[in-house]
Write a protein that binds this ligand. Structure first.
Ligand code: DGJ
Length: 728
């Protein structure tokens, strides 16, 4: 039993393997009592401390209740005594925006309900989860909120979302409906978040939580390159191995907001959910609205434990399908090899060159369709360009088969080029607002996925390509953000629903496709990592991490991504040197070492490789086939921080701790620098490990206590260590 309810004290205690989350009903309000290290079940009522600090805030019920502004609330609402940022705000039929939610009832369910139309963490049997549903209700308006708390005890997480229902007699408008809100009784935390841009995604920023609101958000119609939909609060001294850290991660791909605010009594409130600036939603009587899910986890052992908890959950209970568990093929993507310039002959030359290298799948990227020779046309015209591929995709696939190569292709289904047959036939199928110009980004507009006929068209286009089973992999791209967000399918007073309805439409389309093509490996992409989020991972188990394929830049991007997302989700390719984005000249071994940290592949022209490099490719493809499972499913430890140090180092350890793959890259040479040694983590202290390339043996305690010597000269030099347990 993960959920314990005490009817005497009206306390709910939710226990995960190492944490407890405790709430109590008092005066009809659902109060937050505690979130932290696991406690024994019992009466924790004394945690609640009412200090009577009014400071201009009213006391409820004219003196008979709380000073609501000074109590920790589970789902704070706007309009009565709590003047902090609310989780819920509505516009009532009378024009007021008061919601006053009080406890009505609760139930405890085995398993985890599905959230209609939205991606979410799932369980494989009811024993993996228990769910608490607390019903709150506004007695005046009839608005109800069912707060869902799904406790996956063994996974060490709980998830939260809300179902808002209009139980009144007239329509209400939701102005703000967050997925989760947590009140903390002090502000002594650092906030950690990701920030970035195209080609420099998910950098890490850490700073103290202060008085005032700190928000990261996206109003771009995508989770975006700029911020990522999660928030971490960490004790100021927390590092990789120690300290308290709290995470909330949103399972959603569209516009979002995550906020942490220090308040007047030096308490803090953190919340995450749909971006209220982007959103309003009309609820007719009897209708309900589900917020996206947020995943909450606590670590008392620093950032490393927190990341491993999330990695394990996302890899095994968010990602789905055949490739959740199966080893992903070693692929070679043609984008950086050809860009828009290829034809069947060129693909055949590249395929010939791939044969015997150990590459398993060849991906034709952009420009195989319509009249597309640059980024200025044809999105929407998803039929093969016979001038380039006279024998179609089937001709290519038949050529590849005897070479031992599968075929994958690129799509950008959500977009439409104004210069396309589709646009000429359906100029109103894109998001737009009548009377205003349609702003193009990368010469393209965004299709209106609120429209069922658009979703059906896209399903048919993608299906037509996939249905003969020749295509084994799809890269699903999305290359601009939203502007002029309007849909003529909705009346004026529902235009605030467009972005969220777009995502409900996208999720419906993806659900159909991944359901109907379970053997296809789908990879999400948005100019690299512009939609690297838990929402997309529900449909596609890997994401093209960044359009920046430079190994040195990737050290930071992948390190930042690993705070929340598993390595198996990060596509990482060995690209050419000098790198096409940065011009860095990097040794082949270093590019391999960094790419092995993710879902592995190549992004280069194999016909341009020297014989020596071909041999290296062969060796690394073989190595990946052997170690791919450990790399994808092992426990990941960040050992050196490329944001703060002149090197980066990490290791991945198999579940049984018998194999460890460790990497080190020197990013900046300091003359006569320190002796550098890399202490590993996660090994068995008593076991003996042999390093595969040198044959040296070490004890686990030596490897973790002292570590391995690492080079301090030659910039961008790297070492890959493979340590395997051997008997004494
Ligand atoms: C953006 C992607 O991130 C690239 O990898 C490539 O697929 C291009 N789009 C193609 O247009």
């Amino acid at each position: 039993m993960s959920i314990y309810f005490d009817p005497q004290t009206l306390q709910f205690q939710l226990n995960t393997r190492t944490s407890s989350y405790i709430m109590q009903v008092r005066n009809g309000f659902l109060l937050h009592l505690y979130w932290g290290a696991r406690l024994q079940n019992g009466d924790h009522s004394y945690f609640f401390r009412e200090q009577g600090r009014a400071a201009f805030s009213p006391r409820m019920e004219n003196g008979g209740g709380f000073i609501l502004d000074d109590v920790p609330l589970e789902y704070p609402c706007w309009g009565r005594g709590d003047l902090r940022t609310p989780a819920l705000e509505v516009r009532n039929p009378d024009g007021s925006n008061i919601v006053d939610l009080r406890y009505e009832s609760h139930e405890i369910l085995p398993g985890k309900p599905r959230i209609p139309g939205l991606p979410a963490v799932y369980v494989e049997n009811d024993g993996e989860c228990e769910t608490l549903v607390v019903r709150l209700r506004d007695g005046v308006s009839g608005v109800e909120a069912d707060l869902y708390y799904c406790v996956l005890e063994e996974y060490d997480v709980l998830t939260r979302y809300a179902r808002i229902r209009n139980g009144g007699t007239d329509a209400v408008r939701l102005l703000r409906a967050m997925s989760a809100s947590v009140d903390f009784d002090h502000t002594r935390y650092d906030i950690l978040s990701n920030y970035g841009t195209h080609c420099r995604e998910r950098q890490i920023e850490r700073h103290p939580l202060q008085h005032g609101r700190f928000t990261i958000s996206s109003r771009r119609g995508a989770s975006s390159h700029v911020h990522n939909p999660f928030l971490l609060l960490a004790s100021p001294t927390a590092d990789e191995t120690s300290g308290e850290v709290y995470a909330s991660v949103l399972v959603y791909s569209g516009s979002f907001a995550a906020e942490a605010a220090g308040g007047q009594f030096d308490a803090a409130r953190a919340m995450i959910g749909l971006n209220p600036e982007e959103f309003s939603w009309k609820l007719e009587p009897g209708e309900d609205f589900f917020t996206p899910e947020s995943v909450l986890t606590y670590s008392g052992e620093g950032l490393g434990y927190l990341s491993r908890t999330l990695h394990h959950l996302f890899r095994t209970r968010l990602c789905r399908g055949k490739y959740r568990d199966a080893r992903r093929p070693v692929l070679l993507n043609l984008w950086e090899a050809c860009y828009f310039n290829f034809d069947e002959e060129k693909i055949k030359r590249i395929a010939d060159s791939c044969a015997e290298l150990g590459v398993e799948l060849l991906v034709i990227d952009d420009a195989w369709f319509g009249e597309r020779n640059s980024d200025n046309s044809s999105l929407g015209d998803w039929y093969v360009n016979r001038k380039k591929l006279p024998h179609g995709l089937e001709g290519v696939e038949e050529y590849l088969k005897p070479l031992g190569l599968d075929l994958g292709i690129w799509f950008e289904p959500e977009m439409i080029s104004p210069n396309s047959d589709l646009y000429r036939a359906h100029p109103d199928w894109c998001l737009h607002v009548d009377g205003r110009p349609r702003s193009e980004g990368r010469n393209q507009l965004i299709l209106d996925l609120c429209r069922p006929e658009v979703r059906d068209y896209l399903y048919d286009c993608v299906s037509a390509v996939l249905k003969d089973g020749r295509i084994k992999y799809v890269k699903w791209d999305y290359n601009r953000n939203m502007t002029e967000v309007g849909s003529p399918t909705l009346p004026a007073d529902r235009q605030g629903e467009v972005t969220h309805r777009y995502y409900l439409g996208l999720y419906e389309l993806l659900e159909r496709l991944v359901g109907d093509y379970p053997d296809v490996l789908f990879e999400s992409c948005s100019g690299g990592g512009g939609r690297f989020d838990a929402g997309m991972l529900y449909y596609m188990p890997q994401v093209w991490t960044s359009d920046n394929s430079d190994a040195i830049e990737r050290l930071r991007i992948q390190y930042g991504t690993s705070l929340v997302y598993p390595l198996s989700a990060m596509s990482a390719h060995v690209s050419a040197s000098p790198n096409h984005q940065t011009g860095h000249v990097t040794p082949f071994e270093t590019r391999v070492c960094v790419a092995l940290t993710g879902s592995f592949g190549f992004e280069l022209d194999p016909t341009a490789l020297s014989d020596a490099e071909r041999e290296q490719v062969r060796q690394v493809a073989a190595l990946h086939k052997e170690l791919g499972e450990v790399l994808a499913t092992g426990d990941y430890y960040r050992l050196r921080n490329p944001f703060e140090e002149t090197c980066s180092a990490w290791c991945t350890v198999s579940a049984d701790r018998s194999v460890c793959v460790a990497g080190y890259v020197l990013t900046h040479v300091r003359m006569y620098g320190n002796n550098e040694r890399i202490a590993l983590r996660g090994l068995k202290p008593d076991a003996l490990y042999r390093e595969r390339f040198t044959g040296e043996t070490y004890r686990g305690d030596e490897l973790m206590g002292f570590g391995l010597h690492a080079p301090t000269t030659l910039e961008y030099r790297s070492i890959l260590w493979v340590l395997e347990e051997v008997s004494d």
